[in-house]
Design a protein around this ligand. Structure first.
Ligand SMILES: Cc1cc2nc3c(=O)[nH]c(=O)nc-3n(C[C@H](O)[C@H](O)[C@H](O)COP(=O)(O)OP(=O)(O)OC[C@H]3O[C@@H](n4cnc5c(N)ncnc54)[C@H](O)[C@@H]3O)c2cc1C
Length: 453
């Protein structure tokens, strides 16, 4: 390992490898560091359902071959929303793959190595190094716990939900990025991969089963991973009365109703966290960009974070190369990264956070009511595909007309109006950091009008 690079990337998940490939496409000198052993990079607790659209986006931009062969367990064709009603009440097209994340992750890592990125595993990045109010490097501990400082023109933090660089910036570092994860920002999850004794009959489907006993967002998922194999799990925000609830206990109680103990063998069972908040409004600082889960890039509605991580890694590499070409690593020069995020998935995710708040307020009982009364029909939702934004907002409008509760009606009306304003603001993301503060104040004020007290 050298002492200095063009770019240091912290983390070898989808955001990190995509950033590495993006930098290498522009011939930058890249170092990628991950604390895991090399053979474990890419292995992560996950629903493992990824959309065809995002994996093909990065394939076009970076030549990352979409998952294939042993990396794909089965194709995904439909998303099914179920309540306690016997039939599949809502079934939406959802084109994608159930992948083997570990195998796909390992291939992406090898793609980055073959493209010329220097990859070092078992290196724990401890904190950023700052000089003259600019991030200029990282402090690391190697596998023998030896400390070392490494320097780069640009650092890209792709270290997942804990965001080791972002959260270790000093107080007052501007623009301020140092907010650590708050309990209400993420859902704690428990996920298993199971092998059933009999076929489950859910081929091609990813199913969200809403249940009364599961805290909001209130569902257990069953993703078909093969004829007898399922990826199942649940998760919720551990605040208020759910603070001390065990996710594992909630999961096993829910499982018992569907697949009692003895009907399956557990192949893998682990906990994880997924962020459910809007993306970081600003993900750059002098010498620094933050990508993937570290910048809250997962969709707060669907938890889909793999594709957005690949996309943000690509954008970060692109902007890093332009900055290096001009020898300018200022916030102003890196600002384009924020604009790219908000003109791709960022605006949608910002709106979806409002939607999750509304769905939390509806709860499983009301969702069931709406389905039973056929307020929501399959035909209303099939055009745009998996929980697509237009169709789900269409669904809310339908609910609005039939809501049995005035307070709920008001909440929904407010949510629709706020979400429109948020979408507009995201489209008008400031051209430069100069107008950022007033833009941020405006958008945060909109959230405060709907955020649960
Ligand atoms: C239960 C669950 C289910 C999910 N289901 C889906 C799904 O079905 N579909 C989907 O698209 N997304 C899903 N997601 C989200 C998805 O897994 C993430 O959004 C995605 O992995 C984010 O990629 P990333 O590269 O930003 O971070 P990560 O994949 O978390 O990678 C971060 C990397 O950084 C490394 N690292 C961390 N700290 C340090 C440090 N200090 N020093 C060095 N290295 C470090 C880690 O070892 C890791 O390799 C799910 C998440 C959870 C928890």
């Amino acid at each position: 390992m050298k002492n200095e690079y063009d770019v240091i990337i912290v983390g070898g998940g989808p955001a990190g490898v995509s950033a590495a490939l993006s930098c290498r496409k522009n011939n930058l000198d890249v170092l990628l560091l991950d604390k895991k052993t090399k053979d474990k990079i890419g292995d992560k607790v996950c629903g493992e359902a990824i959309s065809k659209e995002t994996s093909h986006f990065v394939s076009d931009k970076l030549g990352i071959k979409p998952p294939s062969g042993i990396e794909v367990n089965v194709p995904v064709e439909k998303l099914v929303l179920k309540t306690s009603l016997p039939e599949d009440y809502i079934s939406l097209p959802a084109i994608g793959y159930m992948i083997d994340r570990h195998k796909y992750g390992q291939r992406l890592l090898n793609d980055a190595i073959n493209a010329g990125a220097e990859v070092f595993a078992e290196i724990k990045v401890v904190e950023p190094i700052l000089k003259d109010n600019k991030v200029v490097g990282v402090k690391i501990k190697d596998s023998k716990h030896k400390d070392k400082d490494i320097f780069a023109k640009v650092i890209i933090d792709c270290s997942g939900v804990r965001g080791v660089i972002r959260t270790n910036l000093p107080e007052g570092f501007e623009p301020k990025l140092s907010k650590s994860l708050d309990r209400s920002d993420y859902a704690s999850c428990y996920r298993e991969i199971i092998e059933l004794k009999e076929e489950h009959g859910l081929d091609g489907k990813i199913v969200l089963k809403y249940e009364e006993d599961i805290p909001e967002p209130g569902y257990i998922w069953f993703f078909s991973d093969g004829k007898t194999k399922l990826n199942c799990g649940t998760g919720f925000i551990k605040t208020g009365e759910n603070r001390n609830k065990s996710v594992k206990e909630v999961y096993f109680n829910a499982m018992e109703k569907h697949y009692p103990k003895g009907s399956y063998k557990t192949l893998d069972g682990r906990g994880g966290v997924v962020s459910i908040r809007p993306p970081l409004w600003n993900a750059v600082a002098p010498g620094l960009m933050v990508a993937g889960d570290a910048a809250y890039h997962a969709d707060p509605l669907t938890a889909e974070g793999h594709g957005p991580a690949l996309m943000s890694g690509y954008f970060a590499g692109l902007v890093a190369s332009k900055a290096i070409e001009k020898n300018d690593f200022s916030t102003e020069k890196l600002w384009e990264y924020n604009k790219l995020i908000f003109s791709s998935f960022g605006a949608e995710h910002a709106r979806n956070r409002i939607l999750t708040i509304v769905l939390e307020s509806i709860g499983p009982n009301k969702l069931e009511f709406l389905l039973k009364r056929k307020v929501v029909k399959q035909a209303d939702l099939t055009t745009e595909g998996i929980l697509t934004k237009r169709s789900i907002w269409n669904y809310i409008s339908l609910a609005l007309r039939c809501s049995p509760r005035y307070s709920l009606l008001l909440l929904m009306r407010k949510a629709i109006s706020i979400s429109k304003k948020i979408a507009k603001l995201c489209q008008e993301f400031p051209e430069s950091p100069d107008n950022y503060q007033s833009w941020k104040d405006e958008i945060e004020q909109l959230y405060s009008k709907i955020e649960k007290k």
